[in-house]
Write a protein that binds this ligand. Structure first.
Ligand SMILES: [Zn+2]
Length: 116
């Protein structure tokens, strides 16, 4: 560690600064797979939306995002579920009211069946 710092300062401030800048920018490895079965990663800044396709380094064919990352981008823009749509129209209090009504209906039906 100490050796590395010494070497860095001997090489000059330029390379040292570059190292620091790289560390500061949030980076991530985006994984792609090409039609020929190669899997490769492309380093990207954390904020950038990864392109859907990337040229494979090994054969130049067009690789596409692997499923893991496709899922990740889905997570940032979540698909609306039935629950989400329901919650846009109803509050929890509303739902509790509806539930209470339904339960009462069910109980009433059971009671009706019993008495009949
Ligand atoms: Zn390939």
């Amino acid at each position: 560690m100490a050796e590395r710092t010494l070497r860095g300062s001997r090489l000059g401030s330029v390379s040292y600064e570059t190292d620091r800048n790289t560390e500061l920018a949030p980076r991530r490895e985006i994984e792609y797979s090409c039609p020929k079965g190669h899997t490769f990663t492309v380093p990207m800044s954390g904020e950038a939306e990864p392109p859907y396709s990337w040229e494979c380094r090994l054969d130049g064919s067009i690789g596409t995002l692997t499923e893991g990352h496709a899922e990740q981008s889905k997570a940032t823009k979540p698909q609306r579920t039935h629950w989400d749509m329901l919650m846009e129209r109803r509050s929890i209090a509303d739902l509790e009211e509806v539930l209470a009504e339904r339960l009462e209906l069910l109980r009433g039906r059971k009671a009706g069946r019993k008495s009949a």
